[in-house]
Design a protein around this ligand. Structure first.
Ligand code: ATP
Ligand code: MG
Length: 266
């Protein structure tokens, strides 16, 4: 039986390993990691510096190729995908937030966010609307014209997050996305991720060092020396769906939702 993409888990790492060869020495950055990321799940990866988090995220993003095992996107092995298919995947389905932000230095915050939409061929009006919307979401609309060097580290980080979510990808892979942020903004970014995972069905895979943020994730993988040490999940993934009767809708209008959760202090 062949399954279509939508009925598959979104992203699967199947006994993935990555060994680097450096000056005659072998570095086993990722030894043997298996994990499944389902649609709309908010997954966090924690581990000490050098435990293999960035290497793992690069493998999940298809930016690097495993030396053993496979990474499957909707059941398809990334290693077997052609250049064209890989490009489509990166443009439309996967959003990446790099540990080093990866913003283009000559472009403004707005232009950095708009770029993936432009590359994907979105028309100018929708591009403008969406770029403004996601910049507003991370509280940086007032900084839209600033170039990266005219922004603080945390602001650059938030632009990188806005850029990654702009295309509404199926999955966001974020490497230490809150490393430069104060606790209030870090919680807001995780709140945004949590909201996107739930409301927009975007799966989120993020690394973090911040223990206080882990409670906001639905699943936490702790990795050490390229292996999974522990996995904790708020609900068992394979629990059968329970058909609970729907509660009657409350009378009156729904309470207004404040989307701008990244307000700057006045
Ligand atoms: N290109 C490379 N060549 C050789 N060794 C590498 C390479 N990239 C990573 N490593 C090594 O692999 C190990 C895992 O690195 P990785 O960057 O994945 O760690 P990390 O968990 O992301 O750490 P941090 O929390 O500091 O970002 C480290 O020991 C690192 O030195
Ligand atoms: Mg890293």
């Amino acid at each position: 039986m062949t399954l279509d993409g939508a009925s598959q888990p979104l992203l699967v790492a199947n006994h993935v390993g990555r060994t680097f060869h450096l000056e005659g020495e072998e570095v086993h950055a990722v030894r043997d990691i298996s994990l499944t990321v389902n649609r709309g799940r908010f997954v966090a990866i924690v581990g000490r510096s050098g435990s293999g988090k960035t290497t793992l995220l690069n493998l999940l993003a298809g930016l690097d190729t495993p030396t053993s095992g496979q990474v499957l996107f909707e059941g398809r092995d990334l290693a077997g995908m052609g250049e064209k298919e890989m490009t489509q995947l990166r443009r439309h389905r996967v959003g990446i937030v790099f540990q080093s932000f990866g913003l283009l230095p000559l472009l403004s915050a707005y232009e950095n966010v708009e770029l993936p939409l432009r590359i994907a061929g979105i028309g100018s009006r929708r591009r403008n609307e969406r770029a403004a919307e996601v910049l507003d979401l991370v509280g940086l609309l007032p900084r839209a014209k600033h170039r990266p060097f005219e922004l603080s580290g945390g602001e650059q980080q938030r632009v990188a997050i806005a850029r990654a979510v702009a295309m509404r990808p199926s999955v966001i892979l974020a490497d230490e996305p809150t490393g430069e942020l104060d606790s209030v903004n870090a919680e807001s970014i995780f709140g945004l991720f949590s909201q996107m995972a739930g409301a927009e069905e975007m799966a989120i895979v993020t690394t973090t060092h911040d223990q206080t943020l882990l409670d906001m994730a639905e699943e936490v993988y702790e990795i050490g020396d390229g292996l999974i040490l522990e996995r904790t999940a708020v609900a068992p993934l394979d629990a059968p769906e329970v058909d609970t009767p729907q509660a009657p809708a409350p009378a009156g209008p729904a309470p207004a939702v404040d989307n701008n959760i990244f307000r700057r202090p006045d």
